[in-house]
Write a protein that binds this ligand. Sequence first.
Ligand code: NAD
Length: 480
Amino acid sequence: MDILANFIDGQYQAPLAQQYLDNIEPATGKVYGQLPDSCQQDLALAVTAAEKALPAWQSMALEQRADYLLAIANEINNRLDELAIAEAIDNGKPVTLARTVDIPRAASNFKFFAHACTQFASEAHAMVGSAINYTLRPAIGIVGCISPWNLPLYLFTWKIAPALAAGNCVIAKPSEVTPKTAAILGEICQKVGLPNGVLNILHGRGTNIGQAICQHKKITAISFTGGTTTGAVIAQLVAPSFKKLSLELGGKNPALIFADCDFEDTLEQVFRASFANQGQICLCASRLYIERSIYHKFKQALVAKARALSPSDPLHDDCEMGAMVSKTHLDKVLGHLDDAKAQGAKILIGGQQVQLTGRCQQGYFLQPTIMENLPNSARANQEEIFGPVITIQPFDNDQQALALANDSQYGLAATIWTNNLTRAHQLAEHINTGIVWINCWLLRDLRTPFGGMKHSGLGREGGLDAMRFFTESKNVCVKY
Ligand code: NAD
């Protein structure tokens, strides 16, 4: 049994109340470990440690701070295989995906912000002939970072790295569904000699320790990634204390596929955008709008590809589709499918749980699912399902495609597939999402602003946006 501990003040510590939660391997459905169900007393220890560490960390020379972050990045790379296997066991994702995407990206997050903090500059505003204003960018202090289960170490470090780079001490909480790689990060901090208390990692339930982090008086900013409903709860929790708040929430991302696209390349990439990580990426395409003249051909090709993709043991190197993260989540997705069927959806392929044999017999596997024949107002087109489930609909012209894409409470990401650049730019200008990809998906430059509009979130992560979020701006005006 793999029993995890909190990482507080540079040491692994059991939860004070000795309460634990089970950790389940989704591919087998079996409990393989336990994690702390932390409470306010654990948080109090972490905050005390962070307070003690803060003065030295925020006044440390930038190069030295950057060196620590680079050392963490290197150590993540040194432990790439071990972390990838841990992620695949914990989350159910294909180990090859963890090895080529999740873990390398976690290392890149630290490397990127190590460099970003040495390049981050503040502004000056001259009042010619009378005064000069300059803006200081001090660290906020102690910040809380709360992350979800779908890209566990990738998203955990996407928050922690900029928070540390900007000079803050951090109290971080990974998802209770996927705590393992976050727990290993503590060992990495010990190995590189990160000063004690600079990063503290607490495990447990969102409604318990997560909520306590949001409400703690000495934690003055919260960076959250997760579901829109949780985001709304957190916004209410922190509002009375005016903490800085960044919310990266759910999506219902449209893909607009035009007849003049490069058919084979679009098919390949849209398929990946639909089903990568079992469709459990906030940026996955879930509503496909296809120009009528190629609708039938594209649909047939998509279905053929889906038929060739079956879930298998995530720990096998050739696995392309792993397990859904939990029984609860699998049931939620199956519930959406039942509802869609009741509303008249035609299931072109999938729609069923899959039972594997051997080690994974009790695992949470779902076939890739493609549905048509639903109005845009149907739940399956409006609510985030967050699984390997897409709907397809035909459209007749650019205006109709745009209207369908924008007919959503969400506004995270959109993809446009066309060789007509004028059309692509015009659509990109009018689509209400924080991210638009043209003829590509998940092509990421970490300098760019990342985040969503409408119910997909508040604020932007990435590059200097993250450095600005994790610092205060203070203007100093000097008269001469
Ligand atoms: P979730 O909202 O259930 O949980 C996310 C985190 O918040 C977990 O660590 C959880 O313990 C914690 N939490 C839950 N309730 C809380 C509360 N009341 N107070 C404080 N913390 C609380 O989300 P999830 O199911 O883990 O993740 C899936 C969701 O995340 C999807 O909606 C997906 O779209 C979204 N997501 C968004 C992005 C993005 O960048 N926009 C990226 C990845 C995932």
